[in-house]
Design a protein around this ligand. Structure first.
Ligand code: ZN
Length: 472
């Protein structure tokens, strides 16, 4: 069976770059760097991920909004840290037709500065709170580093939730809910993750604190797939988002945001894929089952009929099924669907029809298994479930085997993945470790962070563990 030219274990980055196009997720030939085309298969997959996010948002009483793409410069400039953080990354619109605009507009890099002046009009009283909104839109960032499909792009398919609360405690409750949402969502994507509290110098521009959600790719590098921010009233003050309390006083809102992006898709590719292509968790797979009729001359009828009957039954059960009746060899068909990561392949040939059976092959283990046609739906559901458990367990093993706590930078250098070291709280010490490890500071664990061992750089008693990793 042909495999991708580059093996995942040998050159992850090349493998990744190759697979995203071979599997028809995207087309990178658009002439603006970092702006790729979503192909139908990739877009279906992204939409399925969006559907899970939307379901979670609706379940937790968030309401969907859709704000304009363009933001007036005066809106953008109200929060100083935010401008500093994003100023170099924004695309500007300076002309309308042949006329120069009086005020420049920018393409949203994220939507705080578009939404918050409007939130200040929407919110009047404590009865308007909490305000819980989200949108799924494209954002734009002028990336100067090397771009990579779904991971580092200039036009980003983006999910952002923005909430306003009466006080800090209520905003903290929102952050707890956000963590639970992340957990449920990432379980469905079979992606184990770590939460880390970003260090001060690396938090979101304007945030009080930032929690990052990172997954570990097979290359040993981490990929940040999401972040949760507590803003306190840092934005509410400049944007004047205030309300009248029950007692008639005037108070500023406390705010949070929660963001994720098409990086989720990058993580699905990078964590689950293998040398034959993608392996997509059934929950989001555009096709969950592909049926391949094995045709022999003179025996077409029974095989096609059995395939059609099964296909209809599966659709009836809500399983996304497809019959591949293209005029090419079964081998070519196997190759194509393995590349695209369809979780389960069903083969029906003349012998299967004689025995009232079907043959199924799970994408992750490639072992053939025969089951009676009458039990097909149940057996297929069970097999999909078994795939979910296996790919989750594999990803969890990868993460667990690559999370380390050590006491010295020398020990840390020997490890791959995420390494935690004692940290005194001094930025220079963390930057020194980044240097030695040629990695990034990921952040403190959000639980069990306390550490009293000496800081490996200055020898002072540590305040916390600090995680480091090489990141995308
Ligand atoms: Zn130190």
């Amino acid at each position: 069976m042909p495999e991708t030219k580059v093996k995942k274990s040998e050159d992850f980055n090349e493998w990744y770059n190759e697979i995203v196009e071979l599997a028809d997720l995207c087309d990178k030939r658009y002439p603006i760097k970092g702006m790729n085309i979503w192909r139908p298969y990739g877009w279906k997959l992204m939409n399925n991920v969006d559907r899970l996010i939307r379901d979670e948002m609706i379940k937790t009483n968030h309401e969907e909004v859709c704000f304009p793409l363009l933001i007036p410069e005066s809106f953008f400039k109200k929060e100083e840290e935010h401008i500093e953080g994003f100023g170099k990354e924004v695309f500007w619109v300076t002309h309308a037709g042949i006329n120069q605009l009086e005020e420049r507009w920018l393409l949203r890099p994220t939507s705080e500065t578009a939404m918050y002046p409007i939130f200040s009009l929407w919110i009047r009283s404590h009865t308007d709170l909490p305000l819980k909104t989200f949108q799924i839109v494209n954002t734009f960032r002028y990336e100067t580093k090397q771009t990579r499909a779904f991971i580092r792009v200039r036009e980003i398919h983006f999910f952002e939730a923005h909430t306003c609360h009466v006080d800090f405690e209520d905003a903290e409750r929102q952050i707890k809910e956000d963590k639970e949402i992340a957990h449920r969502l990432l379980q469905k994507l079979c992606l184990p993750y770590v939460f880390s509290k970003r260090p001060e110098w690396d938090k979101f521009a304007g945030a009080y604190y930032t929690i990052s959600i990172d997954v570990l790719m097979s290359s040993g590098r981490t990929l940040q797939i999401g972040s949760i921010h507590q803003y306190r009233d840092n934005f509410a003050k400049p944007y004047e988002i205030s309300y009248e309390t029950e007692k008639g006083a005037h108070a500023f809102c406390h705010q949070t945001t929660y963001g994720m992006s098409e990086r989720l898709l990058g993580a699905l590719v990078g964590v689950h894929g293998d040398n034959k292509g993608l392996i997509i968790p059934p929950e989001v797979a555009p096709l969950q089952v592909v049926i391949i009729p094995i045709i022999f001359k003179g025996k077409e009828k029974g095989v096609l009929e059995a395939s059609e009957t099964l296909h209809k039954k599966l659709l009836h059960e809500g399983i996304r099924s497809h019959i591949d009746d293209r005029e090419t060899t079964p081998g070519n068909k196997y190759y194509d669907w393995e590349l695209k990561g369809v979780p389960l392949r069903v083969e029906i040939g003349p012998k299967d029809v004689e025995k009232n059976e079907l043959t199924m092959v799970r994408r992750d283990i490639s072992k053939k298994k025969s089951v009676p046609l009458k039990d097909a739906e149940k057996a297929i559901q069970a097999e999909l479930q078994a795939l979910v458990q296996t790919i989750y367990a594999n990803a969890e093993k990868l993460l667990n085997e690559n999370m380390h706590s050590v006491l010295t930078a020398e020990e840390a250098k020997e490890k791959t993945g995420i390494v935690a070291l004692p940290w005194c709280g001094n930025k220079d010490c963390a930057l020194e470790i980044e240097n030695v490890l040629e990695g990034n500071t990921l952040g403190e664990p959000i639980e069990n962070a306390v550490c009293t061992d000496p800081c490996p750089v200055c020898g002072a008693r540590a305040k916390t563990w600090m995680r480091f990793a090489k990141s995308y």
